[in-house]
Write a protein that binds this ligand. Sequence first.
Ligand SMILES: Nc1ncnc2c1ncn2[C@@H]1O[C@H](COP(=O)(O)OP(=O)(O)OP(=O)(O)O)[C@@H](O)[C@H]1O
Ligand SMILES: [Mg+2]
Length: 299
Amino acid sequence: MSISLKNVSKLYGEQKAVNNISFEIKTGEIVGFLGPNGAGKSTTMKMITTFIPQNSGEILVSGINTLDNPIEVKKRVGYLPEHNPLYTDMYVKEYLTFLARLYKLKDSKNRVKEMIQSVGLEKEQNKKIGALSKGFRQRVGLAQSILHNPDVLILDEPTSGLDPNQLVEIRELIKSFGKDKTVLLSTHIMQEVEAICDRVIIIKNGEIVADDNIINIKNNKNKEQVIKVTFDEKIDPTIFKSKNIIAKEIDKENWLFSSVSVTDLRKEIAKIAQQNDYLILEMNTEKDNLESIFKKLTK
Ligand SMILES: Nc1ncnc2c1ncn2[C@@H]1O[C@H](COP(=O)(O)OP(=O)(O)OP(=O)(O)O)[C@@H](O)[C@H]1O
Ligand SMILES: [Mg+2]
C-alpha cells in the first residue's frame, strides 16, 4: 500500500477535525477526496505529508511511518497545499531550479525545463512569482510538487483558479502521473473526479461516509429510481399514489417521478397512465450523477 491510514484522528482543541478514519490507497490509483467545506480534507492531507502530526492512529506512506520518519516520507511525497505558499520574490525558473538543487536532482536543468513545459509556464518562466496571476501561481505549485518525481502525490484542490484550457491539460498531466504512482486529490468539482479518478473517498465532519470506485458509488449507493415524463396534457398526480410513487411537477405536462419500492418504475408509470387515458410523449431515466450522490451523503 502506498498510503495507509489506520484509525487516524486529529483534534483542534475540543473539535475532532478528523475522527478515527482508515483507508488504503494502492500504487496506480488516483483517488478523489471529497467533502463539504470544513470536512477535514486538508487536515488529512497535512497529516499524510507530515506537516502536522495526528493525535492518534497510524499513517504509512510507502510503508514508512509519518511520525517516526518524516524526512523519508517527505522525499517520497509531492504536495500541493491548499494555500500554496511560494517565494514571491523569486523568479519562476530560478525558484524551480533552487528546489531541484535542494532535492539534489541529477539533471536539474533539464528536469526544470521539462516541468515548465508540462504545466505551461514557458512564457512566464522569467517573471517574478509575485507578479503571476492566480492560475500561473497554481501551475508553479504543481510543477514544484512533481519536480522530484515522487511516488505519492497529494494535491489539495490542484485545479482551482485554472482556465478551462489549462484545466484539461493539468488533468491529463495528473492522469498520466497516476499511471504508476499514487495520487490523492481533493476537489469540489465533480466533473473533475469523473474525468480523472478511479475511486472516491467522501468525508463529512471528519468521518468517512463513502469509499468506493466511481462506478459502484453511482450504481449501488442509491436505489431510488427517478424518471422524467412528458404527457400530452396536465395530469392528476394522485393516480400514482397507491404505488408509492412520488410525483413532482416540473411544469404543466412535465413530471418527475421517483420511487424506492417499485421494481421497474417505467413500466408502472406506463401502466397507470394507460389505465387513466393519459398519453406519454416522452420518458427519460434521470441518471444519478456524482453531484447528487455527494449531496445525499453529505447533507
Ligand atoms: N489550525 C487549525 N486550528 C483550529 N481549527 C482548525 C485548524 N485547521 C483546520 N481547523 C478546523 O478543522 C476543520 C477541518 O478543516 P479542513 O481545512 O481540514 O477542511 P477541508 O475539508 O479542507 O475544507 P475546505 O473544503 O473548505 O478546504 C474545520 O472546522 C477547520 O476550521
Ligand atoms: Mg481544504
